[in-house]
Ligand binder design. Structure first.
Ligand SMILES: [Zn+2]
Ligand SMILES: [Zn+2]
Length: 183
């Protein structure tokens, strides 16, 4: 049981790094020359475009399989199963949080921070804030930029269905006034 728990904790940390690697090194650095990158840049061009689930699953299965095989070979099956469960949980949580930031908007202190952090990446600094669930690796790799307020261009307001009371040019909803400026 301890082995599963240790594997799980290691898997959670590993997921946060994998999230950074997928977004920054595979999503942005190749500038559209590989599938992950072209899909991610499509999301930047059309913020409500998300890679189809089937394609995500096709990419995730081999990654999870390799991680399970390698961690089990090195540390035993219990550690491997704990590790892979945490990576899978982190991955699903990341996908849910990312879509929720764009589609539903913030609902609590954590999603409020995550939305500011990620939307600052979209609208102001695409080379910063690659972590979505945590700023950990942005801080370690010096790509973190604090986003106390997010500046959203007027033409992007309609892509955040929760932000303003009217499409395109309506005023920012009172709940989000402290965090967002429409410019
Ligand atoms: Zn996004
Ligand atoms: Zn990005």
């Amino acid at each position: 049981m301890l082995s599963v728990a240790l594997g799980f904790i290691a898997g959670l940390v590993a997921w946060t790094f994998l999230e950074y690697v997928i977004h920054s090194w595979l999503g942005h650095l190749p500038k559209g020359k590989i599938l992950i990158s072209s899909e991610h840049l499509k999301h930047h061009a059309d913020i409500l475009y998300f890679t189809p689930l089937a394609l995500k699953v096709r990419g995730a299965v081999p990654v999870l399989s390799i991680l399970l095989l390698s961690t089990s070979a090195l540390f035993g099956l219990a550690v491997g199963l704990g590790f892979i469960s945490a990576v899978a949980l982190g991955w699903v949580s990341y996908e849910w949080l990312h879509q929720s930031i764009h589609v539903n908007g913030p609902t609590n202190w954590y999603s409020r921070w995550a939305a500011r952090h990620h939307l600052h990446h979209h609208f102001t600094r695409p080379n910063h804030n690659h972590g979505v669930t945590t700023p950990l690796w942005d801080l370690v790799l010096r790509t973190y930029e604090r986003a106390p307020r997010v500046r959203v261009g007027r033409r992007h307001v309609a892509t955040l269905p929760w932000l303003a009371s009217g499409l395109n040019a309506g005023p920012v909803q009172p709940a989000f006034m402290a965090d967002y400026d429409v410019i």
